[in-house]
Write a protein that binds this ligand. Structure first.
Ligand SMILES: [Fe+2]
Length: 383
């Protein structure tokens, strides 16, 4: 597929994710970590305008000079911007105006993509813009689920319900011998800077589960007093439990003796054999301790990845998000993409049912703050 075809396919997919939403669903920001769908539509467009068109399109005129202030996410190189927590306050431009901004930017991008020879750094930035858009497609699912799932009537999304009832197809453990393994990206094709450089690691022998933790297993942890036993939790995790009066994963509700769960198809009885989702790092760690196991490190995950069925849930690892040997922050705005977030976050490996097709790979390093639950994350145990 040509870059132009890829561009068209990926940009259209973002619109398709939002298609089942009402105009009103595009605006609210019910929590600081959620961005409104309208903001995603505009911000992913701004990325192409700011990083590519401004630099590579001759005599390019910004669509609206004020949009940078509204839709820049975190790029200090680019300039001042709206506070993240205020994204839901933006009712103007309207959704229709944002869609017109997208259409205009797409027209300019397609003009650029039709040019006979693009400079290699231009092609590289367009690829980054497309992978960036795909990351926002996944965030759109997290955010629209939270926007709908926090409402009194728990409305269904009306689009793809993302197989939240997935079950494990396999069971048992993989025995991994001690030795030197190589992890990280090397070769042609796209990778983010945080996946490089490929390097050697020494691993002690370990076992890693073929299956992800199920709702039934997590329910046993809850019923065994998991959320009231401080000894299972890291200190920060226990503080999080107390502060939030946490009793179960996000989107779970207890009604008498029954448990319900909110999915994109609405509020439903909890299916015990389905794979667990929406737990934070603290919960994953406490569950692993309760089970007498631990979370794998990211190197252990990657070394075993060709034998693992993965892709249903992002899998919390026990690894802090840190630079690989040889990692360098690129100059300019693109250098702000990954490197500056390498503090106080944990790595997740694999992919989830919300990850767009073609976006995942075994070297991919996702990362979130340890208290966040709204991403589609689950647990794979190691020992
Ligand atoms: Fe972004």
């Amino acid at each position: 597929m040509s870059l132009l075809e890829e561009y068209t396919r990926i940009r259209e997919h973002t619109i398709a994710i939002c298609a089942p939403l009402a105009i009103e669903d595009h605006v609210p920001q019910p929590a600081d970590f959620v961005s409104p769908p309208k903001w995603h539509l505009a911000h992913s467009t701004w990325f192409f305008e700011q990083m590519i068109l401004k630099r590579f399109q001759r005599d390019f005129q910004e669509y609206d000079p004020q949009f940078g202030y509204l839709f820049n996410s975190y790029y200090n190189h680019v300039g001042e911007r709206t506070a993240r927590v205020q994204r839901g306050h933006i009712t103007r431009p309207t959704l229709q105006e944002v869609l017109a901004y997208r259409a205009h930017t797409d027209k300019c991008m397609l003009q650029l993509l039709r040019q006979a020879a693009l400079a290699p750094d231009c092609t590289e930035l367009i690829e980054l813009g497309l992978h960036h858009e795909q990351q926002h497609q996944e965030l759109l699912y997290y955010d629209l689920k939270y926007i709908l799932g926090q409402q009194p009537l728990f409305p269904a999304y009306g689009g793809d319900t993302l197989r939240h009832k997935d079950r494990n197809a396999v069971a048992g453990w993989i025995d991994m011998p001690a030795g030197i393994y190589e992890i990280g990206w090397e070769g042609d094709g796209f990778s983010f800077d945080n996946e490089r450089n490929r390097h050697k690691v020494y691993l002690q022998s370990y076992q890693i589960s073929k299956a992800l933790v199920t709702n039934a297993e997590y329910l046993s942890f809850i019923q065994d007093g998991g959320y009231s036993r401080f000894e299972l939790w890291l200190d920060e995790g226990w503080a999080w439990v107390k502060e939030n009066a946490a009793k179960c994963p996000l989107y779970w509700q207890q009604r008498g003796a029954d448990w319900l769960i909110y999915g994109l198809d609405g509020l439903q009885p909890l299916e015990e054999l389905s794979v667990l989702t929406h737990i934070n790092y603290y919960e994953a760690q406490a569950f692993a301790t309760w089970a007498g196991k631990r979370l794998p490190t990211e190197a252990e995950w990657e070394a075993a990845s060709d034998q693992l069925p993965w892709g249903a849930r992002w899998e919390w690892t026990g690894s802090a998000y840190l630079p690989y040997p040889g990692f360098k922050i690129a100059p300019g705005a693109v250098g702000e993409y990954n490197g500056k977030f390498m503090v106080n976050q944990m790595v997740l490996r694999g992919a989830s049912v919300a990850t767009p097709a073609g976006h995942a790979r075994t070297t991919y390093r996702n990362f979130f703050h340890p208290h966040l639950q709204w991403q589609f994350a689950g647990i794979r145990l190691a020992t």
